[in-house]
Design a protein around this ligand. Structure first.
Ligand code: FDA
Length: 319
């Protein structure tokens, strides 16, 4: 219920104005986001690399409606790719088709994305296309297949285990030869399309993980769920699948203990590191995953809003 509410708020512009306006929430976003600039991103990637983690850099932004904004996002990715190459960082990038202009037109998307892909290929850097809500699943996979059929390689997709269709998509992507990141899925989806029960989502994750580990192409197993990590390790050990055949992926700011533990045991771990100004929907999805964070968020919004005075907030300096 709370999860659905937070995911609803992630798309509300009134809630965005209220929540992004409070310094404390901006502080909370810092737990999950490296900062707003490319330099801050680079610092976070370096810190991850120094701890034995690889990284995937994400410039925050989605559902972009103007050509200007989509071009600016592509420019930022070109800059990030150049920094990864020049600074010798162990990182690739993750981006969203709707950030590159998928809602403007296919022709615009292709041209805008083309600049990013050219830069990535010049530096030998892999590009992952994040998966958005189910409104975009078909369009995302079809745009991916078009690129693949044009001979573009070093690109990969994301599949979400909460979607009922995912086992079939896993088989299709394995047959194509594409790299898949497997995650549970972060959006509010109807029962018709997605499992709602936590154990069903987990069972679907395990089924997809086994196919990807056995027959896939260097899959990314993206989860912080101890049960999913245990299932992956057990399957890999049982089937003799070595640490070089797949990687775990986790989010910046989430379960650092687990990230370190897996690295210490010799497994590969990539951290997804977002940066940029458009952190609101990303933060709300992270809160929806762990409602305990909401208590802190609610407290900070209340203190900073006019309502706060009704509840004993007499100004930030405590008067
Ligand atoms: P689960 O939500 O059960 O969490 C397991 C445990 O991890 C929790 O008990 C808690 O300890 C910790 N945890 C998880 N989330 C936390 C949080 N936000 N704050 C604090 N602790 C937290 N989704 C999508 O739809 N499209 C995509 O492209 C991607 N991409 C992606 C990349 C990477 C690298 C990761 C790790 C995840 C994604 N996701 C995603 C998000 C994914 O779908 C899912 O919402 C989250 O990973 C949470 O699911 P878990 O499997 O971690 O399990």
């Amino acid at each position: 219920m709370l999860r659905q509410g937070l995911l609803f708020l992630s798309e509300s512009s009134a809630a965005r104005r209220l929540i992004t306006g409070t310094p404390l929430t901006r502080g909370l976003s810092r737990r999950f986001v490296a900062g707003e600039t490319v330099d801050e991103l680079v610092d976070a990637v370096r810190a991850a690399n120094a701890e034995g983690l690889t990284a995937t850099a994400n410039y925050l932004g989605e559902s972009v409606k103007s050509e200007e904004a989509a071009r600016a996002a592509a420019d930022r990715y070109v800059e990030v790719l150049e920094r990864i190459r020049r600074d010798g960082l162990d990182a690739n990038v993750s981006l969203k088709f709707t950030q590159m202009g998928q809602n403007i037109s296919d022709t615009f998307l292709r041209a805008n994305l083309g600049r990013v892909l050219e830069q990535a290929q010049a530096g030998g850097i892999f590009v992952r296309f994040d998966m958005e809500s189910s409104d975009y699943t078909d369009r995302t996979l079809s745009a991916f297949r078009t690129l693949w059929s044009e001979g573009v390689r070093d690109i990969g997709v994301v599949l979400q285990s909460y979607l009922r269709r995912t086992q079939a998509d896993v088989e299709r992507m394995v047959d194509l030869g594409a790299r898949v990141r497997l995650c549970k899925g972060a959006y509010a989806e109807p029962e018709r399309l997605a499992y709602q029960d936590r154990e069903e989502v987990r069972a679907s994750f395990v089924r997809a993980m086994e196919v990807l580990l056995s027959r896939g192409h260097y899959p990314g197993i993206a989860t912080h769920d101890d049960a999913m990590i245990r299932a992956t390790l057990e399957y890999a050990n049982r089937e003799g699948i070595g640490a070089d055949r797949f990687e775990f992926q986790m989010l910046h700011g989430v379960r650092r203990d687990l990230q370190q533990q897996l690295v210490a045991q010799g497994w590969r771990v990539r951290v997804y590191i977002p940066f940029g100004e458009a952190w609101y929907p990303y933060l709300m999805r992270r809160l929806a995953e762990r409602p305990a964070n909401v208590v802190f968020l609610a407290g900070s919004v209340l203190k900073e809003s006019p309502l706060g005075s009704l509840f004993g907030n007499h100004g930030r300096d405590g008067r």
